[in-house]
Design a protein around this ligand. Structure first.
Ligand code: GUN
Length: 292
């Protein structure tokens, strides 16, 4: 599955909708991103979110804060953005310094501007199958399954990893009464026994544990669908930047067995950004209709 292609198609569609939206005299969606500290991977992700905003005609603001910032000052920055009528979506790039409570930060974001879908209210609504913002990575994976018209109904799905950002919401979405969805879902994690046998029964595997090349050929049945969420940096002297990006799947040996598989890079990563852009447009639409 080509995440680059589907992401581009999603962004092209948004670009057209935004042009029309602005022509109607409405304000372009505005995403505010907060980056705390100088984590290399976070810099890359936030950079590409801001670039994509420019590409499709959104307004973006990047707020950079030092990692010595106090929790209270960060919370105040968020409250200011909540109260700023010009801002439609707010995201705080994770992880945060250990001295700051991520949950407190996330729950301080106004739920109607929480385009990452991490706020307890949006998480709760997702679990109940109610409308709200869905976290970008699992949302992007659902868009990818939809684009390729994969009928997941009745499938045995295995999600490896139980993070709040990917694994947990992914398991909820795949088990939902939706299409794609309607799967029988097993979540595997560090305490799971016999993970190999569980994976071998799966029609669909989502690997989101962050261990390079974890999912090997002997763990996958013939014809399975494999989604690779991993994006680890592993040292590689042959690369100019000194590292290579590795997924959680041993792509080379697993791919020949699969009916569908996502590569790394060029699979889930671009879809995450496309999903975030969709959420940001929805936030702007909802704000506009509250005003009307
Ligand atoms: N860190 C890893 N993934 C994400 C994400 O989707 N959003 C934010 N804000 N931080 C992340």
């Amino acid at each position: 599955m080509d995440g680059q292609l589907v992401s581009q198609a999603t962004k092209d569609e948004l670009k057209i909708r935004i042009a029309q939206w602005v022509k109607e005299g409405k304000k372009a969606p505005h995403l505010a991103a907060i980056l705390v500290g100088h984590n290399g991977a976070s810099e890359t992700y936030v950079g590409s979110k801001v670039r994509t905003c420019e590409e499709i005609g959104y307004v973006s603001t990047l707020i950079r804060l030092e990692d010595t910032i106090s929790e209270e000052r960060l919370l105040q920055t968020i409250r200011d953005l909540n109260n700023d009528d010009a801002v439609d979506g707010i995201l705080v790039q994770l992880p945060l310094p250990k001295s700051i409570s991520e949950q407190k930060v996330i729950d301080t974001i106004d739920a109607s501007k929480d385009v990452d879908g991490f706020h307890s209210l949006n998480m709760g609504r997702m679990v109940q199958g109610l409308p709200g913002f869905v976290p970008a990575t699992p949302h992007g994976i659902m868009l990818l399954l939809e684009y390729y018209k994969i009928d997941t109904r009745g499938m045995n799905a295995v999600v490896i990893g139980r993070s709040n950002i990917v694994g947990r919401p992914m398991s909820i979405l795949l088990s939902g009464a939706t299409n794609p969805g309607n799967c029988t879902v097993t979540i595997c994690h560090s305490h799971t026994r016999n993970i190999k046998a569980i994976c071998r029964e799966a029609d669909l595997i989502v690997a989101a544990l962050g261990k390079p090349l974890f999912l090997t050929e002997d763990m996958v049945k013939e014809g399975a669908i494999v989604i690779d969420v991993g994006i680890s940096r592993v040292p590689d002297a042959s690369k100019k930047r000194g590292y290579a990006i590795r997924g959680d799947v041993d792509f080379e040996n697993v791919a020949p067995k699969c009916s569908y598989i996502t590569p790394v890079p060029g699979g889930v990563g671009p879809m995450t950004i496309a999903a975030l852009m969709r959420n940001t447009f929805r936030a702007a639409e909802a704000k506009q209709s509250r005003k009307a």
